[in-house]
Design a binder for this molecule. Structure first.
Ligand code: 5GP
Length: 183
């Protein structure tokens, strides 16, 4: 992966500096909202790992973290809304205030189902923090997003945790892919 290749096929949407400053804002907001709560950040692997690592360090509260991995069943390229839990939480969330951290919300179906599953486990509250939201292709479930980094157009993006066939998660910025066939 050469720098030249990145320049040709990737169009930067948000620089590392822009992301940092937006994540700081979200961290401040969460710090204010959760001052007297028992906060658990739940990261949805693998895409949220970079976002969550930065976000948690901008939250000035005692909190704990946990992770889940899910696979969404797709009908072609469209999510069906069924999810399989590949890795479950390590600790119970009963009576906890949960913020689910996601990399990107596309149709919203994966997160809708995931919050239903977590909601059945007795959490005091469940909210959603996503780095990116594609509002356009939301096809079925209306999903309430409580904390959103950026709303983006309906393009395929990589970087800052988001992958293309497992790669590009380590890019420090977020880029749209010009030619997905060449990624
Ligand atoms: P949803 O159920 O909201 O349609 O699916 C969201 C999931 O699809 C995200 O967690 C992510 O794994 C994947 N996804 C959706 N759009 C993109 C994108 O533009 N780039 C990448 N890398 N993954 C995406």
């Amino acid at each position: 992966m050469t720098t030249e290749f990145i320049n040709q096929n990737l169009e930067t949407l948000y620089s590392a500096e822009q992301i940092k400053s937006r994540v700081q804002e979200l961290g401040k907001q969460i710090t204010n909202d959760y001052a007297d709560k028992d906060l658990v950040l739940v990261g949805v692997l693998k895409g949220s790992c970079v976002f969550m690592a930065d976000l948690m360090r901008e939250i000035d509260l005692k909190l704990s973290i946990d992770f889940m991995a899910v696979s969404s069943y797709k009908d072609g390229t469209v999510s069906t809304g069924d999810v399989e839990i590949l890795k479950d939480l390590t600790n119970p969330i009963r009576d906890k205030d949960v913020i689910v951290c996601e990399d990107i919300v596309d149709t919203g179906l994966t997160l809708f189902r995931l919050t239903e599953i977590l909601g059945s486990r007795g959490a005091s509250s469940i909210k959603i923090a996503t780095l990116l939201d594609k509002p356009e292709p939301r096809i079925k479930k209306e999903l309430e997003i409580d904390y959103c980094g950026f709303q983006i157009p309906n393009r395929f993006v990589v970087g800052y945790g988001l992958d293309a066939a497992g790669r590009y998660r380590n890019l420090p910025f977020i880029a749209a892919v010009r030619n997905p066939a060449e990624i």
